[in-house]
Design a protein around this ligand. Structure first.
Ligand code: SF4
Length: 507
C-alpha cells in the first residue's frame, strides 16, 4: 500500500487575522450563522461534559438542591481550593523553583535553554535543527509553539514542522490558528476537513466518513514520526524537585513525538513549574475534568531525562537528546505586578472559553491571538502588549461565568477590568507601566467625562446645562459614531423629566 504524503505544509496560505481588527473580525464572525451554530453546540457539549463532574453554575446552586449536585459542587470547590493554593504557592516561589528545575534537569542530562522572546526561542529551535541537519520536525500539541509561530518561522528556513495532533494538523493544512486551546479545529465541519484532506494529501479522495478521515491522518503522521529527526512537544507541568516534564494528552502523538525521534525539544512558559510531583495530581484532576470532562486522559507522560545509555541497564528507546526551552515572552511583566500575577495561575483547560457567551458567538479566530476567549483577553496583553490587544478585555459582558468555572480560581472579570483601566490610563506612581499602557487613551473621551463630572456635581450648572441642551436639541447630529449604526440618534429631550413633572403638578 502506498503511504500518502502531505504537500509541504508551509505552502498552505496563511489566514491569520490581526487583533487590531478585533471589532471588524467580530462583525464577520457574528454574521456567520453557521459558525455561531457550530460553536454553540460545541460549547454546550463541553459544558455538559464538565458538568458531569462538577455540576452546573457553581455559584448559584440552591442549598437544598439534589444531593448529587451539592456533592459535585463541594468536590469542585475542595479541589479548586487545592489547585488554586498550589498554583499560588508555586508562583510565590517561581524564581527559586526555576533555578531548582534547571539544576535537576541538567543533572539528568536535559539541556535547558531560556528565551525572553519568540525570536530567541525560534533561534534555539533553528540552531538545534541545523546542528542535526534536520529538514523536518514532528510536533505534538503545544500552544507555546503557536505563540512563537514555530511552524512558519521554521518554514522560512526550509524546515517543515508538521503538527501531529489531529486538530492541529487540520488547522495547519488550512493555514489557520487554532480556534480553541484544547480543540484547535472545533470550528471546522467534517465537510471542510474532507475537502482539506482531499486537497492536501495526495491520493486521498473526498470522504465524509469520520473514521476514514482519522485513519488517513494517522497514516500520514505515522510515516512522519518514523522519518523525523526532531520531535517537539509542549509541557503541561514542570516538576522542580524531580526535574520532570509532565505531558497530558489523548491521542498518543505526544508520546510518539517525545520517544521516537532522536532529539526531543520541549517548549513551555516559565510559569508552568510546580515544586513536587504530588502537586501535579490535583492540577491534573482539575485540568482533565474542566477541559474535556474526563476523569483521566488516555496518556499521562512523565519525562525525566533523555534515554539513559550508561549503567547496568541501558534504555533501548527514548530520545538521545532532550532540550527544554523556557519562554518568558511577557510573563515576567504579569508576574511583576501583584494585581496581574494570578493570570499566570492558568493551567490552560479552556473552561473559561467554553462558558463565555462572547467566545461562543464569535469563535476563536476573531481574536487574532494564540489564546482566544477570556484567558486570551487576560494573557495576550502581556504577551503582545496592550497596543494591539486593547479591545480584547472589552470583549466581555462581565457576567462572571469565566471566573466561576476557572479551576484554579483566577479572578478573570477583575483582571479584565484592570486591563481595561490600564489601556486607558497611565500607570499609577510606584508601578511600572505595562507594555502599551494607556495606548487606548482618548483625550476627547476623558475631557467629556471630566466635564460631565463637573456638571453633575453642581445642581445649578446641571440644570442650566440640561435646559440649554433641550433648547439646542435640533442641532443633534443624525450620525453618532457607532451608536447610530443600529439605533436612532440620541437626542436631548426638549424638557427635563423634572420640568415635565413640575408642569404636570407632580413634583
Ligand atoms: S483561565 Fe482558568 S478556566 Fe481559563 S483556561 Fe486558564 S485555568 Fe482554564
Amino acid at each position: 500500500m502506498n503511504t500518502p504524503h502531505t504537500k509541504p505544509v508551509h505552502e498552505a496560505p496563511l489566514t491569520f487575522v490581526d487583533p487590531r481588527h478585533f471589532k471588524a473580525n467580530t462583525q464577520v464572525a457574528v454574521d456567520d450563522a453557521h459558525l455561531r451554530k457550530s460553536f454553540r453546540s460545541a460549547m454546550d457539549f463541553l459544558q455538559t461534559k464538565r458538568a458531569a463532574h462538577f455540576g452546573t453554575a457553581q455559584g448559584a446552586l440552591p442549598p437544598d438542591g439534589p444531593a448529587e449536585v451539592r456533592d459535585a459542587k463541594t468536590a469542585f470547590e475542595t479541589l479548586r481550593r487545592q489547585g488554586e493554593a498550589i498554583r499560588q504557592y508555586s508562583l510565590s516561589k517561581l524564581p527559586d523553583l526555576l533555578e531548582q528545575l534547571d539544576a535537576q534537569l541538567t543533572a539528568r542530562g536535559v539541556q535547558v535553554h531560556w528565551a525572553s522572546t519568540p525570536a530567541e526561542a525560534n533561534a534555539l529551535f533553528l540552531a538545534i535543527a541545523q546542528q542535526h541537519g534536520a529538514r523536518g520536525m514532528v510536533k505534538g500539541k503545544s500552544m507555546v509553539s503557536e505563540e512563537i509561530e514555530l511552524n512558519h518561522r521554521m518554514a522560512e528556513h526550509g524546515i517543515t514542522c508538521l503538527e501531529s495532533d489531529m486538530g492541529e494538523y487540520i488547522v495547519q493544512l488550512a493555514g489557520e490558528r487554532p480556534s480553541h486551546i484544547i480543540m484547535p479545529a472545533i470550528h471546522k465541519t467534517k465537510q471542510q476537513i474532507a475537502e482539506l484532506f482531499a486537497q492536501h494529501i495526495p491520493g486521498t479522495s473526498y470522504t465524509e466518513d469520520v473514521d476514514e478521515l482519522i485513519a488517513t491522518g494517522r497514516r500520514v503522521l505515522r510515516h512522519e514520526f518514523r522519518d523525523a529527526k526532531i520531535g517537539v512537544s509542549g509541557v503541561n507541568f514542570l516538576v522542580a524537585e524531580t526535574g520532570s516534564l509532565v505531558l497530558v494528552e489523548n491521542e498518543g502523538n505526544g508520546r510518539m513525538c517525545t520517544t521516537v525521534p532522536e532529539v526531543h525539544i520541549a517548549i513551555t512558559g516559565i510559569e508552568k513549574v510546580v515544586e513536587k510531583l504530588e502537586h501535579v495530581l490535583p492540577l491534573y484532576a482539575l485540568l482533565t475534568r474542566s477541559a474535556t470532562g474526563q476523569a483521566v486522559t488516555t496518556y499521562l507522560n512523565v519525562i525525566t531525562g533523555p534515554r539513559r545509555v550508561q549503567g547496568e541497564a541501558p534504555e533501548l528507546d527514548g530520545p538521545r537528546e532532550l532540550h527544554l526551552i523556557l519562554l518568558d515572552n511577557g510573563r515576567s511583566q504579569a508576574y511583576r505586578e501583584a494585581d496581574f500575577r494570578p493570570t499566570l495561575q492558568c493551567i490552560r483547560c479552556g473552561a473559561c472559553m467554553n462558558h463565555c457567551p462572547v467566545y461562543a458567538r464569535i469563535g476563536g479566530l476573531a481574536y487574532g491571538t494564540t489564546y482566544p476567549g477570556p484567558i486570551g483577553s487576560i494573557i495576550s496583553p502581556h504577551l503582545m502588549g496592550l497596543d494591539p490587544t486593547q479591545d480584547l478585555p472589552t470583549a466581555s459582558s462581565l457576567c462572571g461565568a469565566c471566573g466561576e468555572v476557572c479551576p484554579v480560581g483566577i479572578p478573570i472579570p477583575e483582571l479584565l477590568m484592570q486591563l481595561r483601566h490600564a489601556a486607558k490610563h497611565e500607570a499609577e506612581p510606584g508601578h511600572a507601566p505595562l507594555a502599551g499602557q494607556a495606548s487606548a487613551r482618548d483625550w476627547k473621551e476623558e475631557a467629556a467625562w471630566k466635564t460631565w463630572a463637573k456638571l453633575s456635581s453642581s445642581p445649578t450648572l446641571y440644570r442650566n446645562f440640561v435646559g440649554l441642551a433641550g433648547r439646542l436639541s435640533w442641532l443633534t447630529p443624525p450620525w453618532q459614531a457607532g451608536w447610530t449604526a443600529h439605533r436612532t440618534p440620541l437626542k436631548p429631550a426638549s424638557q427635563s423629566l423634572r420640568a415635565r413633572l413640575k408642569g404636570a403638578g407632580l413634583e
